[in-house]
Design a protein around this ligand. Structure first.
Ligand code: NAD
Ligand code: UDP
Length: 317
């Protein structure tokens, strides 16, 4: 009989997780989505519930989990600064206790495990673009630290489980990712600008708007995560996954205004503490080891994202 792999996705009801669950089901796998619905939504995976190979479980990964699976994608963790700063102690617990629990599970059932790490491990970088061998410039006691240091500690745990217990690990450092199913009140820049533009409200640029980010469309990112999970045993990462196209927040605002045809004006608000000045991935490693590079340009990714938010806003009224 054909063997059907069983795959656990923690944070599977979130923005990236829901697309990942969808793509994994397309491969014929059984998918167990585990989520505590802190930032995730049932509606993100509602269309998958009819699939007999899909299962959803409400569970907080800061508590142990006993299931039998072949692969684990560990995505559970709020990703937006507003959400991860709402309960910073829980954010660290999710990253650290969550990693310990999921690594313990991987060790017991001999599963492969992939960690959704982040470009935030580079902090406010002195090296540009960021390569995986750069150790970062992170404030350990600031308002972003619960997330940045939580994710850094999770990486440490992954590599210690690899060295000490021979767990098969894969660590992806994800750069800013956007697309449909982002929460309209998520607070991240792409969702904020689009919702503001569609509602004709002022577009809020924090600081002078000359800080840069690199934006990856969600389908490209999910493709990279799956390639990494299914890569050769010797490939552990860390491996950057992101789109090297780099834009200032001013450029992003102008692009969103243009694509939405909005009359919104730009307004400036104070720059949040420890906001990184620039961010852009060096994806040489992903290219060489996974033959991965993103395909979707910012404009091509913004269009369906704008259509999604248009629909969300229509449903609100
Ligand atoms: P998201 O907030 O939409 O998804 C996170 C999911 O995790 C949500 O469904 C949430 O309810 C769930 N969750 C949070 N704490 C949990 C807990 N303790 N137990 C169980 N579930 C929990 O965010 P996203 O953008 O989809 O991000 C997914 C992952 O990718 C996160 O780990 C994030 O740190 C990482 N990441 C995302 C980006 C990005 O730009 N989107 C960038 C770098 C890293
Ligand atoms: N930002 C902004 N206006 C907003 C939201 C965010 O100018 O309404 C800026 C923010 O200060 C940062 C960048 O956009 O410089 C990206 O912010 P986001 O919260 O999306 O992610 P980050 O990369 O900072 O984690």
């Amino acid at each position: 009989m054909h063997y059907v792999p069983r795959i656990l996705v923690t944070g599977g009801a979130g923005f990236i997780g829901s697309f990942l669950c969808e793509r994994l089901l397309d491969t014929g796998a059984e998918v167990l989505c585990v989520d505590n619905f802190f930032t995730g939504r049932r509606s993100n995976v509602a269309h998958l519930l009819e699939n007999p190979r899909f299962e959803i479980m409400r569970h907080d990964i800061t508590f142990p989990l006993f299931v039998e699976v072949d692969q684990i994608y560990n995505l559970a963790c709020p990703a937006s600064p507003i959400h991860y700063q709402h309960d910073p102690v829980q954010t660290t617990k999710t990253s650290v206790h969550g990693a310990i629990n999921m690594l313990g599970l991987a060790k017991r059932v001999k599963a492969r495990i992939l960690q959704a790490s982040t470009s935030e491990v580079y902090g406010d970088p002195d090296v540009h673009p960021q390569r995986e061998d750069y150790w970062g410039n992170v404030n350990p006691i600031g308002i972003r630290s619960c997330y940045d240091e939580g994710k850094r500690c999770a990486e440490t745990l992954f590599f210690d489980y690899y060295r000490q217990h021979k767990v098969q690990i894969k660590v992806a450092r994800i750069f800013n990712t956007y697309g449909p199913r982002m929460h309209p009140n998520d607070g991240r820049v792409v969702s904020n600008f689009i919702v503001q533009a569609l509602q004709g409200r002022d577009i809020t640029i924090y600081g002078d708007g000359r800080q840069t980010r690199s934006f990856c469309f969600v389908s490209d990112l999910v493709d990279g995560l799956m390639r990494l999970m299914n890569s050769d045993d010797a490939i552990t990462g860390p491996i950057n996954l992101g789109n090297p196209g780099e834009f200032t927040m001013l450029e992003l605002a102008e692009k969103v205004i243009e694509l939405t045809g909005s009359t919104s004006k730009i307004t400036h608000k104070p720059l949040p503490q420890d906001d990184p000045r620039k961010r852009r991935p060096d994806i040489t490693r992903a290219n060489e080891q996974l033959q991965w590079r993103p395909k979707v340009t910012l404009e091509d990714g913004l269009r369906p994202t704008i259509e999604y938010f248009r629909e969300e806003i229509r449903n609100l009224v």
